[in-house]
Design a protein around this ligand. Structure first.
Ligand SMILES: [Zn+2]
Length: 86
């Protein structure tokens, strides 16, 4: 008699998760419906960063001043000053 109770309990334990899976009430760990947040990088937004040859500060390539050798500087002043010595 106890054997049937145990079998019934086992069946119950197997059936409950199966029912939950069938009805899908628990959230799926994959979250396939949720889209990941799109990164704000569209083509053209990404700027190359350059380092001032004089003081070493980083700045966008578009804002950089270049000397005749093509070295980037953070300002015209530093471009005039040239690359840092030593
Ligand atoms: Zn500088």
């Amino acid at each position: 008699m106890l054997k049937y109770l145990l079998i019934g309990l086992l069946v119950w334990l197997l059936v409950i998760p199966a029912l939950k899976r069938t009805f899908g009430k628990h959230p799926s760990p994959r979250r396939s419906t949720a889209e990941p947040p799109a990164p704000p990088t569209s083509s053209g937004d990404v700027q190359d960063m350059v380092q001032c040859a004089h003081c070493g500060v980083h700045l966008p390539e578009a804002e950089a001043h270049h000397d005749r050798a093509g070295r980037p500087y953070c300002s015209a002043e530093h471009a005039r000053g040239g690359p840092r010595q030593g």
